[in-house]
Structures are given as structure tokens and as C-alpha cells.
Design a protein around this ligand. Structure first.
Ligand code: SF4
Length: 66
């Protein structure tokens, strides 16, 4: 998976949904990845984070961008 920080609004929804995977940059509030390969047990949370990201910044490899 990957994130496009240039698109990120800094809403923090992803970090609330999957804090093991996403964090927010302390300076600008934009998304930071804690891992690019989250464990399978977090897959559902990551999918929700990608689905509800308002900027479409989160891309799960193997899935079409929205
Ligand atoms: S949910 Fe999307 S827009 Fe909000 S901080 Fe995460 S990546 Fe950025």
C-alpha cells in the first residue's frame, strides 16, 4: 500500500481508523505510514481507511484507485 501525501487534507481519519498503520505528521498534520505492509489482521481497517479517506490519498496495491 502507499499514500500520496500531496493529496492528503490532514483530517486524521486514517490514523483514528488504523493507528497501527497510519499516523499524522506533527508539523503539517498530513499522513505518515508506520508500515507499507500491514499484517493481515489489519486489512479490514486499512480498507476502511482507504474507502473513507476524503482525499483518495490511500492506495492499496492490487486495487484500483478510486
Ligand atoms: S484520511 Fe486521507 S486525508 Fe485524512 S489524514 Fe488520512 S490520508 Fe490524509
Amino acid at each position: 500500500m502507499s499514500v500520496d501525501v500531496s493529496l492528503c487534507y490532514g483530517t486524521g481519519q486514517c490514523a483514528e481508523t488504523a493507528p497501527e498503520v497510519f499516523a499524522q505528521d506533527l508539523a503539517g498534520g498530513t499522513v505518515e505510514l508506520r508500515t507499507t505492509a500491514p499484517p493481515v489482521e489489519l486489512a479490514e481497517d486499512v480498507r476502511h481507511a482507504a474507502l473513507f479517506c476524503p482525499s483518495g490519498s490511500i492506495r492499496i496495491i492490487g486495487e484500483e484507485p478510486r
